[in-house]
Design a binder for this molecule. Structure first.
Ligand code: NDP
Length: 277
């Protein structure tokens, strides 16, 4: 699979698997684990989770799915802002590691900006990295002002990603955040690339999909992946969806496709506040 180069070295697969909504119902557990494992079989080696999802339940599902296959996975998890103090983040990470049943997380993110001073969170991240509990760290839902503030901290400049909402209907980040991350060499992780399913009925998207004998979800993912420096982490709780999302890697959108999509979902002409789900 194509990889994005991370600042300081290392690679991030361009396609991953999200897990928001997993680990909430016992009855869905087997299907969710099967879906994640199917992704691993296909080489989709990035899994995104968070202590928030299912109150830790999603991390447990991931832990079960990757048991015996840890080497195949680039594991991303996130700390709640209210746990992101100097001591709180270290303790939260230890709890996540227990649920994930592993000894390290590859990339650990501050889920969104909260009241804790950034310096404290960064110190905790640095300690976790020194102790080998995390490989790298980054942020999520940071707008360009937050990123500039992060960059005022020496440790902040070691962040490797900003994970943000990005899809055809949420293009605001193209105006300022994506260029900023590009200039500073950061990878952008696009969450909700198919707008949690709300995009799928769109007639223009359907039309473009037909040209490729593909589904609207696949085109929505291919469109995100066509942007330099961006990876997509769609969540799919069935093996069938995982297979379709993996196949989206093969779709090359033509100039005509891109023009039709631009006309239907215009690029931003000015700065807009960062959208968050
Ligand atoms: P997505 O845009 O990934 O949409 C998920 C929905 O799309 C699910 O209902 C899923 O159904 C459906 N779907 C997936 N694949 C297909 C397909 N091929 N055809 C039709 N439907 C499909 O939304 P998410 O909000 O889940 O975002 C993805 C991930 O990003 C999250 O799971 C999470 O890991 C991360 N995230 C991070 C946030 C942050 O603040 N940092 C915020 C939001 C998300 P089904 O489950 O039945 O397969």
């Amino acid at each position: 699979m194509r990889q994005l180069r991370l600042p300081g070295g290392g690679d991030l697969p361009v396609l991953g698997q999200g897990t928001w909504g997993m680990g909430e119902r016992r009855s869905d557990r087997t299907t969710e684990i099967e879906a994640l494992r199917r992704g691993l079989d296909l080489g989709v080696g990035l899994i995104d989770t968070a202590e928030m999802y299912g109150n830790g339940g999603a991390e447990e599902v991931v832990g079960e799915a990757i048991a015996g296959r840890r080497d195949e996975v680039f594991l991303v998890s996130k700390v709640f802002p209210h746990n992101a103090s100097r001591r709180g983040a270290v303790e939260a990470c230890e709890r996540s590691l227990r649920r994930l049943n592993t000894d390290h997380i590859d990339l650990y993110l501050l889920h969104w900006r909260g009241g804790t001073p950034l310096a404290e969170t960064l110190e905790a991240f640095e300690q976790l990295r020194a102790d080998g509990r995390i490989g790298r760290f980054g942020v999520s839902n940071f707008d360009p002002d937050d990123m500039r503030e992060l960059w005022e901290h020496e440790l902040g400049r070691e962040s490797v990603t900003d994970q943000v909402l990005y899809n055809l209907t949420r293009r605001g980040v193209e105006y300022d955040l994506l260029p900023w991350c590009g200039e500073h060499g950061l990878a952008v992780m696009a969450y909700s690339p198919i707008e949690q399913g709300r995009l799928l009925g769109d007639s223009v998207l359907k039309q473009v999909a037909q040209r490729h004998s593909a589904t609207p979800a696949q085109v929505a993912i291919a469109w995100v992946l066509a942007t330099e420096g961006v990876c997509a982490i769609p969540k799919a709780a069935t093996a069938e969806h995982v297979e379709q999302n993996h196949a989206a890697l093969e779709i090359r959108l033509s100039d005509e496709d891109l023009a039709d999509l631009d006309a239907r979902f215009p690029a931003p002409g000015r700065a807009v506040p960062l959208e968050i789900l």
